[in-house]
Design a protein around this ligand. Structure first.
Ligand code: SF4
Ligand code: SF4
Length: 348
């Protein structure tokens, strides 16, 4: 199964500041953004670790190394609790290999460094920074990969720009590719035509806690939505971790997307509706882009919320979670409706 166990992972977006201002940024990160310091990250992790079977903490931003004291706090916690810590960075700090070594040596809890680069990053951050960070990470035993947006294995093989990097890394194992998401600052850009088969179902592997405490289901397209939407999972600055985890476990629409994706949702709709027509019109688009469109529109959201009050549909999801993920939490929560005439159940 390619989807990971959802609550074994958490992603923390510890700042929305970034030293650069890429044209394709879906989080709208930039140097002028205010760095919020309102979430007590180690307290949050302590409670989350206690309530779930947490194994991996991912840290992203903005640029996480910009929030050095928060990163240090998280690194210390993960080292102490023996959790895997993955940090995603653009390597702006790696202007020399010596400096990269000095920076990484401060964070002993980091187990994996995921370096991101592409032609937009390279307007401000030369590829040498990625090479320095990669070499420094390897020297002190941190595993490392490089994530490139908007390119393919073939295009980088023929590019002079990536030559020094390719001579250093294992291209199949250490280089990952992702398609350009046309939301956020990239909303006017053209998306690549091919749609990855795996992206036909929701592949989110962890909830994402933003620097303002808001919890959302992933770090994909939906991260660009600033307004509250049906997939929001709460806020750790105003609710307890227990409440937020309970919200996550009640997101029937989200679990449906993880099991059967957008195509499954289209097939579940028997009657003509705005939702059905919208899904049909977007049938060639990948699941995250459709998810973003649905959650940006209040009318469509209302239809989704109504659809997922159906007991029959909830039962199907609960059984799917049990048989595909061996996850029984929805089955345990499901209550038979008091009145089966309407086919609806109250919120659980
Ligand atoms: S480096 Fe990443 S976070 Fe920073 S502006 Fe570019 S895309 Fe956004
Ligand atoms: S389908 Fe929606 S929730 Fe799932 S990863 Fe994509 S944007 Fe996130």
């Amino acid at each position: 199964m390619f989807q990971k166990s959802y609550l074994e992972n958490i992603t923390l977006s510890i700042t929305e500041k970034c030293p650069v201002n890429c044209a394709h940024c879906i989080t709208d990160s930039k140097p002028e953004n205010r760095h919020l310091n309102i979430v007590h990250w180690s307290e949050l992790l302590k409670e989350w670790h206690h309530l779930t079977s947490l194994k991996t903490v991912n840290v992203t931003g903005g640029e996480p190394f910009y929030a050095s004291s928060e990163l240090e706090e998280i690194s210390f916690f993960c080292q102490r609790e023996k959790l895997q810590l993955i940090v995603i960075s653009n390597a702006y700090w790696a202007h020399s290999r010596k400096h990269a070594l000095a920076v990484l040596s401060k964070y002993r809890g980091i187990s994996h460094l995921s370096l991101s680069t592409d032609t937009y990053h390279q307007v401000s951050i030369p590829i040498n920074h990625i090479i320095n960070a990669y070499q420094a990470a390897k020297k002190i035993g941190i595993s490392c990969n490089i994530k490139i947006t908007g390119e393919t294995a073939d295009s980088i093989r023929h590019s002079e720009l990536y030559k020094p990097l390719l001579s250093l890394v294992h291209p199949e194992k250490e280089i990952l590719f992702q398609t350009l998401s046309t939301v956020g600052r990239a909303s006017t850009m053209n998306r690549a035509k091919e749609i990855s088969v795996v992206k036909k179902v929701c592949l989110s592997s962890s909830p994402l806690v933003r620097s303002n405490g808001r919890v959302i289901p992933c770090c994909h397209e939906i991260i660009a939505l600033k307004q509250p939407n049906t997939l929001d999972m709460g806020n750790v600055t105003t609710s307890s971790e227990k409440m937020v985890i309970s919200n996550i476990q009640n997101k029937w629409f989200f679990y449906y997307l993880r099991l059967w994706g957008i195509q499954g949702l289209y097939e579940a709709l028997t009657e003509e509706s705005l939702l059905k027509n919208t899904l049909q019109a977007l049938s060639e688009t990948d699941v995250c882009q459709v998810c973003y469109t649905l959650c940006s529109n209040k009318e469509l959201e209302a239809e989704i919320d109504t659809l997922f009050t159906s007991f029959r549909l909830r039962l199907k999801i609960a059984l799917g979670m049990k048989s595909i993920f061996n996850d029984t939490h929805l089955l345990m929560k499901l209550r038979y409706p008091k009145s089966t005439n309407t086919g609806t159940v109250p919120e659980i």
